[in-house]
Design a protein around this ligand. Sequence first.
Ligand code: NAD
Length: 467
Amino acid sequence: MEKIPELQYTPADSIPGIVDGLRATFHSQKTRPVEFRLKQLRKLYWGLKDNEQLVVDACKKDLGKSGFETYLTELGWVLNDIVFVCGKLEEWAADESAPDIALMNKPLAPKIRKEPLGCVLVIGAYNFPIQLSIGPLIGAIAAGCTAVLKPSENAPAAAYAMEKIMQESLDTTAYTTVQGGVPESTALLDQKWDKIFYTGGVGVGTIIAKKAAETLTPVTLELGGKNPAIVARHADPRLAARRLLWAKLHNAGQVCVSQNYILVDAAVLPALVAELRNAFDEFFPDGARNSPDYGRIVNARQFQRLKRMLDESAGKILLGGTMDEDELFLEPTVVQVDSPQDSLIAEESFGPIIPLLPFDDLDEAIRIANRVHDTPLGVYPFGNAQETSRVLDRTRSGGASINDGFFHASIPTLAFGGVGSSGQGAYRGRASFDVFSHRRSVTSTPAWMEPLLGVRYPPYTARKARD
Ligand code: NAD
């Protein structure tokens, strides 16, 4: 493994100067030409490719991520996004004519120009440190913005890797990293931005939205949620068990969009538990602890929080439950609880804990899910078509995967985002370009139209009113 140096925080008093520099670059028009943006995106692509091993090592160091997971949901993810965006950028950036215009308005050539919002701030989270930072940055570059990326200090090796890659491959007068924790983030929020794109928890999201409101700065917030999986009477227990276990062991459960809890039809509960056990043994023949495929909790603070949640729960552990703080290891743990007020359902675990709450009637399960969080990031119904439609029709959420755990998030052309308190705004694919763009409506009135337009000038005589 490559030796990764300790992350150096950016001096907070240098932040205003950094932002002034990026703003000056934006106003110099340097980042406007589409060719410039494409060149930067291609350089970013190759910067990531050249540092693949560093990224894999960094994600291993920060989160114990396997190389496979890092390729799947960090490196491969953003490389794919860059290729897709590069292929579409000219089309997206082109002017759009106004649709359905009346004949008399055609000479005005009404159109929408896609303009970059300006100088933007991207704040990333620790759990997918590369994807959640570079992903939005791709959109900012594509739209023609200049940008500061503030990676999560809780994934310091990945933060270092991104700083190195950006410094080596991008135009540093237009795109840079600021490293640090709360003081540095606070200094960043004291600057004027044209957009703040934040991924993380609801608490900090609220701080950011309040601060941004002082200067009417637009925000995109990608937040957390208490996502339900609902396993209905006609669900296939083996399929549900394998898919939902995977969704909670991926990144050791530190996935904003994976299910926080499972509501399961009481008639299916025994089969689901048996199949969770089978799936567990198939995925980890030598146990999760010895598996090179299973990650670790990011730090001691998060480990303690998860341990406390388990301690406070009145539930019964059915599977897993072993832990080792020195290693930050927490086994995927299935717990049967008897109330939606149980700490494991009432709080977002953001870890490898799978609470199961049995229900007798699907409508009752839907009511519970809506009471726990009426706008989660994801909803995951398992069952036949009638059951899954019933769940979708009677709930709200940022996205949903039918008969799967968070698979909708893997489609690069599907916009990803929350709704209500799980977030506002979306990105990925075309949405990544749109989220950092302003659609500027423009008309151009030819001089020869003056005789036709004379009617709009006063005095508004009776004859004009008739005409
Ligand atoms: P985190 O600790 O990595 O923090 C996120 C970012 O917020 C970091 O860059 C951090 O420096 C910054 N931050 C912390 N305090 C701040 C402050 N006072 N002012 C400004 N910035 C500050 O991650 P977290 O918040 O613990 O992340 C976990 C949460 O994020 C979970 O709730 C999860 O569901 C959510 N999440 C959402 C998504 C999504 O796409 N919707 C993705 C990942 C995580």
